[in-house]
Design a binder for this molecule. Structure first.
Ligand code: SF4
Length: 199
């Protein structure tokens, strides 16, 4: 871990060096063969920071966030809403797959990497997918009350969105269609705010 006297992290490459490997919580031994699943590439032109909850098993194996089946659904819905895939930086509240409901200690241990990622990318919008992502940005009310509504975190615009995984969990076809409509409404709201915030 860096000392407080060191320069702040300024690139995805530095972020990767800082967080992989990581031994801050119980998941370090669980995923010792893969390590944390950090964003790839560089931050150039990444204007939209998409923060999910935690990687899936496939993401961990691939070492690429949002590369598994659920992540691909999320990315497709973001693009269907109108986001340019090339502008997205995809990451998660936790960098390791989480086989349980994460407790406060686990979430706290992994918290700083999100602030580092914000500092690196300086995004024009943060799309927070699901309850745990919203909570990470200080949004503590029920998702049913806050989804699709603008919030501010450290001077950055954040839109909490219903997680696309909720569509698969919805029961009847009517519920699925209703949830999908809500997810798309949230994402298009985020797009509208992002487009209004561009230079
Ligand atoms: S979940 Fe976060 S804090 Fe825990 S081992 Fe993975 S990278 Fe480290």
């Amino acid at each position: 871990m860096r000392s407080i006297f060191e320069q702040p992290i300024s690139s995805i490459e530095e972020l990767r060096k800082e967080w992989a490997p990581c031994t801050k919580c119980v998941f370090s031994s669980l995923w010792k063969n893969t390590g944390p699943c950090l964003p790839l590439g560089n931050s150039t032109n990444k204007e939209v920071l998409v923060v999910g909850q935690w990687p899936g098993e496939k993401d961990m194996q691939n070492g690429v966030p949002f590369s598994g089946p659920q992540g691909r659904v999320c990315t497709k819905m973001l693009c269907d809403a109108g986001f340019d895939a090339g502008k997205l930086l995809l990451t998660n509240v936790l960098l390791c797959a989480c086989p349980m409901i994460p407790n406060k200690e686990i979430l706290t241990n992994c918290a700083k990497q999100i602030d580092d990622t914000i500092d690196i990318t300086r995004p024009k919008i943060i799309v927070a997918l699901g309850k745990y992502a919203a909570t990470r940005f200080g949004i503590r009310k029920s998702m049913s009350l806050v989804h699709g509504k603008l919030a501010i975190y450290r001077n950055h615009k954040v839109v909490p969105c219903i997680h696309p995984a909720a569509i698969a969990r919805a029961g009847s076809p009517t519920d699925k269609a209703d949830t999908e409509r809500k997810v798309m409404n949230d994402l298009t709201t985020a797009l509208r705010i992002y487009e209004g915030n561009r230079d």
